[in-house]
Design a protein around this ligand. Structure first.
Ligand code: SAH
Length: 225
């Protein structure tokens, strides 16, 4: 799976992909992430990619030409399954969207900045708009990193224990059960006896029960769905 991320701040995306699971996925050849500096596609000497909004108002707007040049260059190299724009007014990211996107091949992700991007980019090129939640950030880079992480960890072979992504919160419509590790007792706080019992069937039943209880308490909306 290949991700081409278009941004004015490529440095913001260096660290999130250079460690742990995302780094391993790239080393194993399961995911390729290529970050493109939008300024390389600027049409003026100053390398600016934004301008004042028509109709007035605060904030600068990212122009269509640099995005068009970058997108069309990438499209001339390969086909893309999705061109995604990170935007607070997009569809809110959830596990189901991540699951669907993890079955795709090549994806472009556009990061906005300032006031946002010229609407025509969205109308002409973008196939999907995704928000990471009902709050506004300064740019689309952190949202793009979050989306990419959510997708890559689902690619078969990326997580060492293949079943572990499937047992995470949301995959079966439930939150995850509480987890513990050594020591079995810490300052008088004990790990539930059942987890030390060695009885696999009972442990599974306990986890199911805990998942249901936790979901009822914290996210009853998931049960209604
Ligand atoms: N004026 C816009 C916000 C612009 S914020 C509005 O009110 O909707 C600048 C950029 O940050 C956006 O273009 C988008 O790419 C990114 N961004 C900010 N918040 C985001 C969120 N919740 N989800 C995804 N992207 C977001």
């Amino acid at each position: 799976m290949r991700f081409d991320i278009i941004t004015v701040l490529p440095d913001l995306l260096t660290s999130p992909f250079a460690h742990s699971i995302l780094q391993r996925a790239q080393k194993k050849g399961l995911a390729e992430i290529v970050v493109h500096n939008l300024r390389d596609y600027a049409t003026n000497k100053q390398k600016s990619v934004d301008d004042y909004p028509y109709g007035g108002g605060s904030g600068m707007v990212m122009q269509i030409e640099p995005f068009a040049k970058c997108i069309e260059y990438l499209q001339s190299e390969r086909d893309y399954d999705e061109i995604i724009f990170m935007s607070p007014d997009g569809q809110t990211l959830n596990q189901e969207i991540a699951n669907t996107l993890s079955t795709k091949g090549n994806m472009m992700i556009l990061c906005g900045h300032y006031k946002g991007i010229d609407q025509r980019i969205r109308d002409i090129y973008v196939t999907k708009e995704i928000s990471i939640g009902d709050y506004v950030l300064s740019g689309g880079e952190l949202p793009a990193a979050i989306l990419t992480d959510a997708i890559i960890r689902l690619i078969p072979g990326v997580l060492s224990d293949e079943t572990s992504a499937l047992s995470d919160s949301f995959q079966d419509g439930l939150l995850d059960a509480p987890i513990y590790t050594r020591p079995a007792e810490w300052r008088g706080h004990k790990v539930p006896d059942i987890l030390l019992s060695g009885n696999e069937a009972k442990i599974l039943a306990w986890r199911d029960e805990q998942q249901l209880q936790r979901t009822k308490e914290r996210r009853p909306d998931l049960l209604n769905d």
